[in-house]
Design a protein around this ligand. Sequence first.
Ligand SMILES: Nc1nc2c(c(=O)[nH]1)N[C@H]1C(S)=C(S)[C@@H](COP(=O)(O)OP(=O)(O)OC[C@H]3O[C@@H](n4cnc5c(N)ncnc54)[C@H](O)[C@@H]3O)O[C@H]1N2
Ligand code: MOO
Length: 403
Amino acid sequence: MRTNLSVEEALALVLAEARPYEKTEELPLREALHRVLAEDLSSLVDHPDQDDTAVDGYACRQEDTLLARPEAPVRLRVVGESPAGRPFLGQVGPKEAVAVYTGAPIPKGADAVIRVEDTRREGEEVLLLAPASPKDIRPKGDDLKRGEVYLKRGDLLTPARLGLAAAMGHPRLRVYRRPRVGILTTGDEVVEPGEPLPYGGVYNSNAYTLMGLVAEAGGEPVLLGKAPDDREALKERLKAEELDLLLTSGGVSMGEYDVVRRVLEEEGEVVFWKVRQQPGGPLLLARHRGVPVLGLPGNPVSSMVTFFLYGRPFLFALLGRTDPPYTRLRATALTPFKGAKGKKVFRRGILSFQEGLVVRTTGNQSSGVLRSMAVGNALVVLPEDQDKEAGQEVEVIPLTFVL
Ligand SMILES: Nc1nc2c(c(=O)[nH]1)N[C@H]1C(S)=C(S)[C@@H](COP(=O)(O)OP(=O)(O)OC[C@H]3O[C@@H](n4cnc5c(N)ncnc54)[C@H](O)[C@@H]3O)O[C@H]1N2
Ligand code: MOO
């Protein structure tokens, strides 16, 4: 077992646990939002499927219209119309025009379009007050070319990408199944909200913060409740759930892991324990029957921060996601931030934009103060042995994308 690792060493070991993940399913478009594509997607069509018009107006031959001016309009005969969805199938000859509507194919023979605002209609004729031009023609394949790959395996299906998949003609998409992430609570003092709080008791908040973070990271949270006192019962429980990652909360500070630790020892191995960081110093990585286990420290802030910094990147790596698990920005500190000797520190801050990015502290930075995570929207990263004063630049990791 390794111990006292740097954040970077610990993250590398966690990511090394991400084995190729092959669990996929096919979903209709309407169910695929925020899932991750499991295959490259190429377009089944050209879009537009032929040259079409980007404006309402008249399609004609440019050479007929070159001299058109408001004082000397050019007169063309309107031989038909081509609304979107009902294309004009004839030919546009010299001195002829076809009324076209945005999205309609350009009829054969025409090579230019004039906007309706630059024309005057007189019965079967149209007067052009300016020359027609090809600039409002969208060439075939301008947006999508048949056979070309526009979405990649590992791409998160955002609303725009879901629309793009639809535009390419795909009714169903092969996506990764959400990795199943077990959340196991430990601690005799921990009780469920709704139960009476015993002397020295604490309500279980970690199960719910972790449930939310797992879902946000694309996983399927599997709430396993509190670790039973009985080793065999815990083994059966874990076997039945077929997990891709197991999170435990609490009981890691002095390596006393009770039932959980003994099950891990009997059926698995501990890869590392303790990282030079705060909060989250006592983080533990283990393996249990091929499933990586992150032993998250019980303090509410520590369990959230360690999941965000290690669990979330693990899930992204597992699915080969093309977007990063989090971003790093630089902001000006509005308040001082205290570092720690020999440890990388992650303070909670409120990040906002005031001519530039600025960040201020959420107040009490104790690992037991969950409010700091609820009020804050970013982690302020302090390298080992470094305090930051107000006015200095700091590294920040946004926790949400709403500032
Ligand atoms: N002698 C030492 N004591 C501690 C050390 C140390 O190095 N030496 N490390 C401290 C650090 S740092 C942390 S973080 C915590 C980690 O503790 P554990 O992972 O062992 O967690 P617990 O002791 O079980 O609980 C800590 C704290 O969190 C509360 N808790 C636990 N589970 C939940 C839950 N599901 N929901 C809400 N709150 C929970 C628990 O009541 C405790 O207050 O250890 C330090 N101690
Ligand atoms: O490292 Mo512990 O996570 O401060 O509270």
